[in-house]
Ligand binder design. Structure first.
Ligand code: FES
Length: 148
């Protein structure tokens, strides 16, 4: 039996929404320090809806499949829905990932959140920090919250 589901293999071999959005409204880049993989997510927003989503992933097959699936899951959806996308939902949609590859799907969740956060910041849109669970965002908040 293969270690990877057919869905994972499909999204790895034929990833959806690969590329960059030149005039993106938000860009999020996240990485995993351990494996060195990097994921970049681009979003185009209109009236609170993610009208376009693209990604570039310099990483393993599971990270590519996760980001591909994540873009499909949030494209055309309201931002509020994209922010509730969990790595678990991505993993489930992919038909599962081996335990040691779960962190790859976390990158997808974080990249989406980072892109939305970038969009909020660029447009001075107030946001609730509690909506951002990603490590990168949390770090940024820490930096912000630091007393000088
Ligand atoms: Fe690190 Fe997959 S091995 S993202």
């Amino acid at each position: 039996m293969s270690l990877y589901s057919e869905k994972v293999m499909d999204h790895f071999r034929n990833p959806r929404n690969v590329g960059i959005i030149e005039d993106a409204d938000g860009v999020g880049e996240v990485g995993n320090a351990k494996c060195g993989d990097i994921m970049k997510m681009y979003i185009k927003v209109k009236d609170g809806i993610l009208v376009d989503v693209k990604f570039e992933t310099f990483g393993c097959g599971s990270a590519i499949a996760s980001s591909s699936m994540a873009t499909e899951m949030i494209k055309g959806k309201p931002i509020s829905e994209a922010l509730t996308l969990t790595n678990r939902a991505v993993t489930e949609a992919l038909g599962g990932l081996p335990a040691h590859k779960l962190h790859c799907s976390v990158l997808a969740e974080e990249a989406v959140q980072a892109a939305v956060l970038d969009y909020y910041k660029k447009n001075n849109i107030p946001y609730d920090e509690a909506d951002f669970k990603c490590a990168l965002c949390a770090h940024e908040h820490d930096v912000h919250g630091e007393e000088s």
